[in-house]
Design a binder for this molecule. Structure first.
Ligand SMILES: Cc1ncc(COP(=O)(O)O)c(C=O)c1O
Length: 363
């Protein structure tokens, strides 16, 4: 019996995985199996050369008892882009979605109940299986969806997490593989995260070319909220902490609230960030995607990491060890709290899903 409230972001075994192999360009119909091990040739290009990519998406038990899978088609399309980036055979969208729905159906007992804070996470993995020794891509592959119930990604959850600026170990190059969800990027980031953890922080990656700009927050995108007076224009920012206590009166305020997120060719286009940008615009925030200098943290009233795993994880502070300075944000601010609630309300079926983001499975 699983204690849902004790789940963290770690693997818990479920009954079935769903698999489909592609041989000579022909995909098998996805099938459920209890066999979680793959028999793979030791010379497979997935093992030799890291020809592998993956995804991450969640199913939520809603307030009405129905199940909602969030933006499944977007994950299917991003996995296709990752596969194309590594010259792998992309998984057709219908096979991807069929596999996710089957994985949900076969593991429905592992879907955490509403209001436990836990969800059923799917980890689709695509690995090239063609045996080859000469350096080059293989076309045959195995696609597997691994479901697992999970809790919060960052141990502090919505309470907030401290980050440290990293300029010394790069995750991905500006014209490299950072925009795709490929395993190699994560292996490349382990050392940086370990260094950060040893100092009590999560790792904030900077751009690998100049190390002046914010790239990503471990395996999440970065969001900052900046506010400035409508009269002053964008040249000057106001006091750091938002004066709008419940953030419901953004339009009436004499301040402009700006949602800032990095534009970089080396970061993963987050589906959560894309959704939050839409919600932010609807709330009356100005949404800006551009390069963001580390020092600009000084002008922000709120900051957070965002992604499927953590949804929004507010940043309590950012320590820059090379400049020996700390940017303080403290407790979660009102704008990010409102965005967090707006997204979770859609995911849990508490509000209308105007954008058609959820695939609803009736129970
Ligand atoms: C490197 C990286 N950045 C950002 C994200 C957030 O993306 P998403 O919101 O699609 O989960 C993830 C997680 O998938 C990630 O691994």
């Amino acid at each position: 019996m699983i204690d849902w409230s004790k789940l963290t972001f770690h693997y818990t075994e479920t009954d079935f995985v769903v698999r489909s192999a592609c041989c000579n360009g022909v995909w098998e119909k996805p099938y459920a199996t209890r066999d979680k091990y793959i028999k793979i040739h030791a010379a497979a290009t997935g093992l030799q050369y890291g020809q592998e990519c993956f995804e991450g998406l969640k199913a939520f038990r809603g307030i009405d008892g129905n199940v909602r899978i969030f933006r499944m088609e977007e994950n299917a399309r991003r996995m296709q882009r990752s596969a194309e980036g590594l010259l792998m055979t992309p998984v057709p969208e219908n096979i991807f979605c069929e596999a996710i729905l089957l994985a949900l159906e076969k593991n429905i007992d592992f879907l955490p109940p509403y209001e436990t804070g836990a969800t059923l996470y799917f980890r689709p993995v695509l690995i090239a299986t063609t045996p080859e020794i000469s350096v080059g891509p293989g076309k045959d592959c195995e696609f597997i969806v691994i479901p697992t119930p999970i809790g919060p990604y960052f141990p502090n959850g919505f309470k907030g997490t401290p980050f440290i600026v990293n300029r010394h170990i790069d995750r991905s190059a500006p014209q490299g593989t950072g925009q795709w969800k490929v395993g190699g990027n994560y292996a490349a980031s382990f050392r940086a995260s370990e260094v950060a953890h040893a100092m009590g922080y999560e790792c904030m990656f900077t751009d690998a070319k100049t190390h002046k700009y914010i790239d990503e927050c471990t395996a999440s995108n970065f969001i900052g909220i900046r506010q400035y007076s409508k009269l002053q224009g964008s040249a000057r920012t106001t006091a750091k902490r938002s004066t709008v206590s419940n953030a419901n009166d953004l339009q009436r305020s004499d301040l402009i609230y700006e949602y800032l997120t990095p534009r970089s060719s080396a970061i993963l286009p987050s589906i959560t960030n894309d959704s939050l940008m839409t919600l932010a615009r609807e709330m009356g925030l100005k949404v800006t995607r551009r390069r963001i200098r580390i020092e600009e943290l000084e002008e922000m009233s709120e900051a957070a990491a965002c992604g499927t795993a953590c949804v929004i994880s507010p940043i309590t502070k950012v320590f820059d060890p090379d400049k020996n300075c700390t940017y303080h944000f403290g407790k979660p601010g009102p704008i990010l709290t409102r965005l967090y609630n707006a997204l979770q309300d859609i995911q849990y079926g508490r509000t209308e899903d105007k954008h058609g983001w959820c695939t609803v499975v009736l129970s």
